[in-house]
Design a protein around this ligand. Structure first.
Ligand code: TYD
Length: 427
């Protein structure tokens, strides 16, 4: 191993906190009756101590800068710290380094309580031996002091950061540094502070740290439930949150998901096809699925992506097997060669009374050929989902879909994190 330990800066290196920080600076300036700043000047606030930036870029006195920092904290500490995302690719890199036995730590200029809140929120804290930032008992006037504390005196390490103070701090402490150009530092800044290496991307960090990127296994999630249960909304929210948490996400749907499967979807949902018998319907769903699995789902999983599909094979078992009364077993058999062993790791089942769900659905937009089937049909579908849930406790994650959208989204998200084996402090 080239290094035994890696100490990371937080903002601009692990997480992109720019939107939350810039919005809070705008708020503080407004409160102080100072004119708004251009975006390029606001970006200079990312990294250095705030009070210094208020003085340098707005011409505030020391007292004014303290007051502005107070206003800033008012909104940042309350809500804006969440306007933040883990850079794509950071999570798998950290997880791999941790698995390979690296000592990982964070040394940030952000107040320690906020830094911990951010790392806890993104379920990253468990990956670090130490998280160091200014707090009531210790201010760390110089970055090298924070680095020393984070590394507990170790010198077999490298610092990864995006600003000159990270590079200079590493030099004073006596370890090499890698600057990341995707953060908030500029080319001129790097030309001046001279980091040992510069990485343009997260991916570029692997060779600079001397590690080979491991192959990753993806994770497969299907979302199921009666029409109107809120699947599509929840699939979107889950995909967005997983992305912000640093996962590589692919969201797809059934029937459809690939060009050929989308064409089959058109036939299946067309109200003019009212003579279509249950068997034709079932075979068409299976045909669309066979293409979807081979062209989209499996390749994405082998790239290590998290795949979220809005409906999958259980919809066929419930709708064609139970709803159309073809028999759940027969429909499972028809689908076996289509699915070809590619079953979801987790199936989220949004459980809500089919009549309540259907009312929601009808008020949203025009119903399709299948949605217009009888009440008894949809009741059989619901019973079938409940059976599938009971028979597959390891795969199924049942969520009460009568709750408000955000509560459902939180339950689904943390349920998935738990299934993926990620320890989350906010659980
Ligand atoms: P969907 O796109 O989920 O409908 P919406 O987004 O409008 O709620 O699915 C369309 C319909 O197809 C829906 O009524 C469920 C049905 N369906 C089946 O009958 N069998 C299947 O295998 C699948 C995937 C869907």
């Amino acid at each position: 191993m080239k290094y035994q330990a890696v100490v990371w800066d937080l903002d601009g290196t692990l997480t992109d906190s720019a939107p939350g920080i810039m919005q809070s600076v705008r708020y503080a300036l407004d409160k102080m009756n100072y004119p708004p700043l251009e975006e390029n000047v606001l970006r200079k606030f990312l990294g250095p101590p705030l009070a210094e930036s208020f003085q340098q870029f707005c011409g505030m006195s020391h007292e004014e800068a303290i007051q502005a920092t107070h206003f800033y904290k008012e909104v940042y500490n309350q809500t804006n710290w969440k306007k933040n995302a883990v850079y794509p690719g950071i999570r798998p890199l950290l997880e791999q380094l941790k698995r390979q036995g690296y000592y990982l730590a964070v040394a940030t200029g952000k107040p320690l309580n906020i830094a911990k809140k951010v790392l806890d929120y993104f379920c990253l804290s468990h990956l670090f031996e130490r998280i160091i930032g200014p707090c009531e008992t210790q201010y760390y006037a110089k970055k090298d002091d924070a680095i020393a504390d984070a590394l507990q005196g170790r010198k077999d390490a490298v610092m990864v950061g995006d600003r000159s103070m990270d590079v200079n701090g590493a030099r004073v402490y006596g370890i090499p540094s890698i600057a990341v150009a995707y953060g908030y530092g500029s080319q001129e800044e790097f030309a001046q502070c001279q980091p040992d290496e510069i990485s343009q991307t997260v991916q570029g960090l692997y060779p600079l740290l001397g590690v080979e990127q491991e192959e990753r296994k993806g994770y497969f999630i299907s979302i199921e439930g009666n029409d109107g249960c809120g699947k599509s909304t929840q699939a979107d929210l889950l995909a967005k949150r997983l992305y912000e948490f640093g996962y590589d996400v692919l969201k797809t749907r059934e029937p459809g998901g690939s060009p050929v499967s989308e064409k089959i979807r058109g036939i299946l949902l067309d109200k003019e096809n009212d003579s279509m018998c249950g068997m034709t319907e079932s075979l068409l769903f299976a045909a669309a699925r066979a293409q979807h699995v081979r062209e989209i789902i499996r390749p994405a999983l082998s790239r290590g992506q998290v795949v979220i599909t809005d409906r999958f094979v259980d919809s066929s078992v419930a709708y064609q097997g139970a709803g159309q009364q073809l028999g759940e077993q027969l429909v499972s058999q028809i689908n076996a060669p289509a699915v070809d062993g590619c079953y979801p790791d987790t199936t989220v089942y949004l459980d809500i009374d089919y009549q309540i769900a259907m009312k929601r659905r009808e008020s949203a937009s025009e119903v399709d050929r299948i949605e217009q089937f009888s009440d008894q049909f949809h009741e059989r579908v619901q019973q079938s989902f409940k059976r599938l849930n009971a028979e597959n406790p390891d795969r199924y994650l049942r969520v009460d879909a009568n709750q408000d959208i955000q509560t459902i989204a939180d339950t689904v998200f943390y349920g998935i994190m738990d299934r993926m084996g990620v320890p989350c402090a906010s659980l």
